[in-house]
Design a binder for this molecule. Sequence first.
Ligand code: ZN
Length: 326
Amino acid sequence: MSRVILQPTGNKDARKNYVETIANPIEISRIKPFVTSDEFNYLHKLYPNGFVTIWGVTAGKSNVNMKKWNKIQAADLAFFSANKTLYSYGFITFKLHNEQLAQNLWGNNSEGQTWEYIYFLDEVREHDIPISKLIEIVGYKENYLVQGFTILDEDKSNALVSYFELESETINQHISENDYKKIIESLELSSLDIEGKTKSRAEQSFLRKSLFGNKKIAKCGICGKDYPISFLVAAHIKKRSLCSKEEKLDVRNIVMPMCKFGCDDLFEKGYIIITNGIVTVNDKTTTESLRLYLKAIEGLNCKYWNSDTEIYFEWHVNHHSLSNVR
Ligand SMILES: [Zn+2]
């Protein structure tokens, strides 16, 4: 599950570092001499526009920061704080222990240490959350101050993520297949409490990761158009709420990407069905605008239709022909 990191930036060094490599993203070419070609290529994929936002922490006394940094994972969230305010957050995409890069970016602090435990961020957003709000949400004592680089435990992280409905548009948290199984076993009724919301986010993350991997752009399985993955959903071919546990675990066959520009909804509502691998328009009430959309996708090949997925598409066809009997 995504964890929340609190990153105080009250001191002079931190304020300067924030301006230099977060407020002003840096060109990826500046990093190139300090990283391996694999690392560089990976970063280039993550940041196709060529600019990265970076943060780093020092090892800290008795490596206290380093030990915390070891626990960071992609899709964790870092909140930056100063003056009793959480003033921005971003999603962590990648981390790197690299002393030379840190020295090049930020130099050393007065104790001769550098911020060598580095993490990269994306989707950095500014906001204005008073620490008192954080205290209220996670249940800290009234006089709580963010002191040092802190990772919140799972319950506190979930409370914060759920409260602000924070979800990355591009980075999916890592959910193991085993965790996904556990979620499917326990997620019987959709629930709106924090635990339920956390589980369903994790379920979606797992499905999205299995469809998109680390890609930022992918194709809609219906219209075949390329979109940033934030405009694609991992859509169940057979309606999710009617799937058995076994079907939900058949991850490779039960979901496909569909775009939010229409295909997902049209499929969900049965305006389109897939017959023998072809996008087919169902006979339903329509309007001129809708007819134009449908006309553009009618007859396209659905590359997710195969001998393993056929039963789910068939279910979808049957489900919607029954609902058509008026
Ligand atoms: Zn589409």
